[in-house]
Design a protein around this ligand. Structure first.
Ligand SMILES: *Cc1c(COP(=O)(O)O)cnc(C)c1O
Length: 402
């Protein structure tokens, strides 16, 4: 058992990761060099090889690029679950779209077909005449949503599905045909988006990846992540472009959403270890489930769907603080005194001042209930086998009334 402080999440950086970054620092390209296509190709291969991958400098940029390339435009409506990181909703706003927040299942924190249907009805009344352009389910904590059912609903509405998969790298689910899928294979999605922020399952410092099966959207994202610049003479309007080595065309507006080669080298090195990281997260999750059993029903792990095999990003447990008679902030303080970090994921986005100012106050009972109970306990591959029991012990003490 380690007696050092356990943060709620932490990156794993090993000597070969440092060497991979140093190799790029000694090379000719710090950005827009060979590491980017190599990282994209390896990420695609890790996901079965059928997806186009677009590396960018954050998942926030990736969400914006994906929505933009899939045609989300000003005045459109996007549906986003309220229980997510702010970036999911903000990406819709960057496109000029309005956000309708879907409620979530209070047990899992996930958008469900029923909460999506309710949000579609609210979108129709609140923004009548506007087009529903995109739905962005979030695989919260790494628990896969029911993508197959959600996708069928979204397609029936003529919208696209962009799965915020930032928590769910290496998570699997089984479709109705019995096929096991990785969320990143972008089956039953128009795009899936990943983050490589240090607390996520794979760390680049900052970084993101979009996976999609749509070739044209992938090309659009590649152009627009670098100002909308086209360098391929075959696709340029100017017929003599191929003869002028300096020539490039900007036919549309893009951004600087490029991932540096430094980050991509770290990402490639980490990707080579992803299977090990994912296996360790699954082991620690099982150890937690055992260690937390004596604390039920006061403390419960979130209920994932049966046909899923999650690689958890967060050990987000549900705690009945009211029944325990201890406030969450007190529990967090007591955990900290016992060397255990914790965090709350997330404050429902529909309650953020920016969104209440724009759309007015709103009650989403599933999200509110989930938020009132959630607490994320430490989970990262470098934890020791007996750390989950240490955390569970500290939590039992922290929950004692008084
Ligand atoms: C981390 C995260 C993001 C944003 O990722 P960045 O790479 O930091 O931009 C978006 N959505 C969810 C659910 C996240 O956890």
């Amino acid at each position: 058992m380690s007696d050092s402080f356990l943060p709620y999440g932490r990156q794993v950086i090993e000597d070969d990761d440092i060497e991979a970054v140093a190799r790029v620092l000694r090379s000719d390209y710090l950005t827009t060099g060979p590491e980017i296509p190599a990282f994209e190709a390896e990420f695609s291969r890790w996901h079965g090889g059928a997806v186009h991958c677009i590396a960018c400098n954050s998942a926030t940029a990736g969400l914006h690029l994906a929505l933009d390339a899939l045609g989300v435009a000003p005045g459109d409506v996007c549906i986003v679950p309220s229980l997510t990181f702010l970036a999911t909703a903000n990406a819709a706003r960057y496109c000029g779209a309005e956000v309708v927040f879907a409620d979530v299942d209070p047990q899992s924190g996930l958008m469900t077909p029923a909460t999506l249907d309710a949000a579609i009805l609210r979108a129709r009344t609140r923004f009548s005449g506007a087009r529903l352009a995109a739905v962005l389910p979030v695989h919260l904590a790494g628990l896969p949503c029911d993508l197959e059912t959600l996708h069928a609903r979204v397609q029936a509405e003529g919208a696209v599905l962009v799965a915020d998969s930032c928590h769910a790298l290496a998570s699997r689910w089984t479709d109705a045909g019995g096929q096991s899928r990785l969320v990143g294979d972008a089956g039953f999605c128009d795009a899936a988006v990943f983050s490589f922020h240090p607390v996520k399952t794979l760390a680049c410092g900052e970084g993101g990846m979009v996976t999609t099966r749509h070739e044209e959207a992938a090309e659009t994202m590649r152009r627009r992540r670098s100002h909308g610049i086209e360098r391929d003479p075959v696709r340029m309007g100017e017929p003599r472009a191929g003869e002028w080595p300096w020539y490039h065309e900007m036919g549309e507006l893009g951004w600087n959403y490029r991932m540096p080669d430094i980050n991509a080298a770290l990402g490639r090195s980490q990707l080579a270890k992803l299977s090990r990281f994912a296996a360790r997260r699954r082991e620690l999750t099982s150890l937690y489930e055992e260690a937390l059993k004596p604390l039920a029903p006061l403390v419960l792990p979130p209920a994932g769907r049966a046909e899923t095999d999650s690689c958890r990003h967060l050990m987000n447990v549900r705690i009945d603080f009211e029944a325990a008679g201890v406030a969450r902030e007190t529990v967090m303080e007591r955990l900290k005194d016992r060397g255990v970090g914790s965090q709350v994921h997330y404050i429902p986005v529909h309650t953020q001042p920016y969104y209440t100012a724009r759309y007015g106050p709103e009650r989403l009972p599933g999200a509110d209930t989930y938020y009132a109970r959630t607490l994320s306990l430490p989970l990262y591959p470098a934890m020791a086998d007996d750390d989950p029991a240490r955390v569970a012990g500290a939590l039992a003490e922290a929950l004692e009334a008084g």
